[in-house]
Write a protein that binds this ligand. Sequence first.
Ligand code: CA
Length: 226
Amino acid sequence: MNGKNSPFKMVMVITIIIVALIIALVVISNNNNSESNEGTTSIKQPSNDGQPTLGDSDAPVTVVEFGDFKCPACKVWGEDIFPQLVSDYVDKGKVKFSFINVVFHGEESRLGSLAAESVYKQNPNAYWDFHKALFKEQPSKDHDSSWITKEKILEVANSIPDIDTGKLNSAIDEKSEVDEVNRDSELVTEFEVQLTPTIMVNGTMIEDPFDYDAIKKAIKNALEGN
Ligand code: CA
């Protein structure tokens, strides 16, 4: 190697490395843009690890609802769409269904979520009865009025034989499941959930959660591995 030329060679080599790095960064950022431009499709799906999940754990398709006990559309979705999904897919072992809490309506949403997480912790088998019974208490009119109170939660819990109401009362006071509520909020941020209910079928976010045909189509695609 020529000793005089080596500093120039070094400069050349460093320049080439820098240019290569810039090109690599531009390519990576373009790839990221094209992924986010896919619109309704996400790269991954929220994990249902530790989430209340209905159905066969081996079911090939996962449907996730991001929902809020204070949200009127979530109540309607739970009454109109959810039962169809359960009888068409969950009961047949094709879909497992998870619910992730969203707290867009503030303190009452947080209290409802905390109570539901506490019921799930205490007895996972009682979770869906509690979930349904709490939504049932949401007033059809004037849903902005305050209705999720600890009194109401304990009243709902009392109607479900598998829940120890005293234990639930302490869990709410001690906020023992607050980490679960916060973990759900992190998923809401991660998946950029803007509206409730938001329904995801494997990695696909359904644009209109009330379009059951779109949900069926997404499940069919997922079952066929598309
Ligand atoms: Ca959760």
